[in-house]
Design a protein around this ligand. Structure first.
Ligand code: AHG
Ligand code: MN
Ligand code: MN
Length: 312
């Protein structure tokens, strides 16, 4: 648990400032040159959107000189980077997905930013890779920004999940969702890209067949993890990104998508699994490691694990 000192509050405020700058760009992206892709691919072989780079630059430039950070890592950079020698090194590690749901930028559908914060554990003066490769259960904070009909900042420092809504007239995030918890009983909503059905393992197929047989589930899928998770947190249900033939470990990245989402889910009374084990227990072996993700109300995540275990 981070020391509830001004230092940590300052770090969250810095991330909130980055969120406001990104939100301002997102909210008029159709009127700027920020639409579309850069023509390049990132280390995941995905086409990089101009807004991915903008958001990545904003997060780095707002944080790296503050003296609070020892190193950072981003979905958009192949390697982690220690804070430059020109700036003081701090005690926190920030790992982030600067823009989540990039495929939705040009069609004006909700997108987000996801961040994960660890404390420095290495003895070197500036951060090392080992500071980044920590299990999710060691996070000192996690959160996301949702650029939707309103811009929301949702985070946890291990004392519940709290949501703030940006008041554009003030330029401030105002507490709007205190102590967010998965509703119990949950609304029966499952969220998955069913186009991949034929590539799933049998257990996954049987699970979806079972949810459909019940006749009382709705399916909702936005294609932005942040938006799909936010709806699941508010309404209940389960979000799934399983492994598939083309993606043996699924698509979502452990360090800056699954681990922060898993900390939020646990703090909100739910849980996140890889389908076989708790996401928060996975010890990363690489920066961009992927894991399958099942997150939402505990009883629905438990059910998913049962169907997948049948398989094994
Ligand atoms: P990103 O834009 O950061 O690469 O993340 C996109 C992810 C995630 O937001 C979403 O849940 C998933 O991609 C959707 O994948 P499919 O288009 O394969 O359903
Ligand atoms: Mn993402
Ligand atoms: Mn991204």
């Amino acid at each position: 648990m981070p020391k509830a000192t001004g230092v940590f509050t300052g770090l969250l405020n810095d991330i909130a400032l980055a969120a406001k700058i990104i939100s301002r760009e997102v909210n008029h992206v159709g009127l700027s040159e920020m639409l579309g892709d850069t023509g390049e691919e990132n280390s995941h072989g995905e086409r990089v959107q101009k807004l991915d780079i903008f958001a990545d630059d904003v997060m780095r430039q707002i944080l790296h000189h503050t003296g609070l950070i020892t190193c950072m890592a981003s979905e958009e950079k192949e390697f982690f980077w220690p804070v430059p020698d020109s700036f003081p090194s701090g005690e926190y590690v920030v790992i982030y997905d600067p823009l989540d749901g990039s495929s939705n930028i040009d069609v004006n559908v909700s997108i987000g930013t996801i961040f994960s914060i660890h404390s420095k554990i290495s003895s070197s003066e500036r951060g090392e890779l080992s500071d980044c490769l920590q299990a999710g259960k060691h996070q000192v904070a996690a959160g996301y920004v949702l650029y939707g009909s309103s811009t929301m900042f949702v985070y946890t420092i291990g004392r519940g999940v709290h949501g703030f809504t940006l008041d554009p007239s003030l330029g401030e995030f105002v507490l709007s969702h205190e102590s967010m918890c998965f509703p119990d009983p949950p609304r029966h909503v499952y969220s998955i890209n069913e186009a991949h059905y034929n590539s799933w393992k049998t257990g996954q197929q049987l699970l979806i067949d079972h949810l459909k047989d019940g006749g009382d589930f709705s399916s909702r899928y936005i294609g932005s993890l942040v938006a799909d998770f936010h709806r699941t947190l508010l309404q209940g249900g389960i979000f799934m990104y399983p492994s598939g033939k083309g993606a043996p470990e699924g698509k979502l990245r452990l360090l800056y998508e699954c681990s922060p989402i898993a900390m939020l889910a646990k703090q909100a009374g739910g849980r996140a699994s890889t389908g076989a084990r708790d996401v928060l227990e996975v010890i990363p072996d690489s920066l961009h490691q992927r894991v399958p993700l099942y997150v939402g109300n505990s009883e629905l995540v438990d059910l998913a694990e049962e169907f997948l275990a049948e398989e094994d």
